[in-house]
Design a protein around this ligand. Sequence first.
Ligand code: C2E
Ligand code: CA
Ligand code: CA
Length: 585
Amino acid sequence: MTVRVPGRPGAELGYTEPLAHVADTIDRIAASGNAGIHEELRVEDWRVVGRSIFPTLATSEVCVTCHNRELGSARFAKGDVMGAFVVESDLTGYVARSLAYAGFAFGLLLLGYQILANREYRRTRAIVELESQVQLERQRREAEAHSNFVLSHDSLTGLVRRSVFMEKLGDICAEGCEKRFFLALIDLDDFKTINDTMGHDAGDALLVAIGSRLQNLAIDASGLAARLGGDEFALLVPKTERIPSMRSIGTSIVDLVRREVTHDSFSIQSSCSVGLSECGPGQLHDRKSFLKYADAALYVAKNGGKDQYCEFDDGIRRDLNRRSLITSALPQAIRHNELSVAFQPKICLASGLPVEFESLARWDLHSKPVSPGEFVKIAEETGTVLELDLATLAKAAEFAVCAINLTGTQVRISSNVSALGFRTPQIADRILDCVTKAGLPPRCLTIEVTESVLVENVASANESLSSMRANGVRVALDDFGTGYSSLRYLQQLVFDEIKIDRSFLQDIAKNNEKHFLFAKIVEMAKGLNKEVVVEGIENQAQLNLAVSTGANLGQGYFFSKPLDQTAALAYAQRLTRDRFGSQAV
Ligand code: C2E
Ligand code: CA
Ligand code: CA
């Protein structure tokens, strides 16, 4: 590239260096045989002489010379086509144009890039937004599914909860039970004892293992297993070849619960009671009855000795009807004072005299006696047992006051109080109120704690018992040797007397082990300084045995059956007369 500015030394323009360089270049061109051309140059101002490698048009008169030797000294006028020639052009215009083109191109490029980038950005953003929406939706659904799962499934066993099971049961019944279905209600036997003796972890491990076995059985039988709460489970299965009858599902359940569970290197053995009912074509069923029938069957299985299943049948239907009759009639009977009391003497084995009368509730429903074993249990289940106990106690206290007045001697009474009553904190006050209202000194009263249910809160029960004892009331542990955990009670509950259950005396003459156990219980109780009452003495041999062990008191048909109030008063009067002579009465 060369530039020539004739007559204008570069120094004058202050561009010494470039002009010197331009002059050099022109000289070099002239020396190489292009001098003619160089002389023809008319450049008035800064011009760029550029070499174009593409054919182009000369833009002015000032064009120029060629570096291509083959073309020699060809000159070009404005508008001529040149190719690979050195041409002049305005540096500023060229640069400006170039810059403008470059800028424009760059701008275009940028714009293109911008458009592309924008498009890409929008596309990417749309994808990202979409992905994040999908992600959010997925998370929302997962969270919803999780919370639904948590709400509908038991967290320990993973089985569905009661509400879901009931819904399913309702659906099946609503469909009119087109297929035959079996319902099993399952209750673990003595689960509380496992929890209490082996710890809650062991209890949980047992529930988890049994839950998973039931789940497997439900899957196999295309049914549904649920944990209804605590140690209660349920299973609903359709009748299939694999499960053709209630018996087959009952046997499977009982067997799977019997299989031992290992926890922390020790094994847990458990059993369950199962109640079964069915619904299906030809049987009118609603969910309530379906459940009620299984529940009634479960009740029978439990009361019939546990570790078994029971199918609902007509016998149970009759019992169920009776139970509902008693359940609805009992509270009213208690409120209306319709229960009576029988009295059975407790005899001092040394003197043969009655020292106390046990009061036993009696109730006739539609003129037929209902056994206390039946109605007391229902009273416990329906929460009316404390009212029943207090009603009996009130009558017993009146009887004792009468007997004291009649015989002139101190007659003591004992009254049964269900362990359930100790859930009421005011029980001690209510009992003391009851005897003082009747005018009976509290020292004439023994409370027999019956344990058809476990004393749940030993500390608060002890508080009530201690408060009664502080007022002179005696406390007896009834039915010792049966029920829940008599040995634990011995250690934990405050009491004065042990009543050894009558089952110990049955067949005792032939049974050495029973004999040994009986003697040891008496020995242990005496060692603890407790009074011992032997229940259920029915014959002389049993009396002799009781006497030989050193027990203090005896009670049983051998002395007297429970008597009504008049007969009991006469009994007390007669024995007192025998003992103290006619002047005592
Ligand atoms: P329990 O407290 O052990 O009362 C003794 C039961 O044994 C009575 O049965 C009595 O009639 C029976 N019995 C007494 N001697 C003999 C005997 O020699 N042989 C046999 N086979 N039985 C004998 P009952 O009156 O049927 O009472 C049953 C249970 O009902 C009572 O057992 C007691 O636990 C409960 N009970 C009765 N009345 C009440 C009450 O007012 N409140 C509470 N909570 N329970 C009561
Ligand atoms: Ca008793
Ligand atoms: Ca008893």
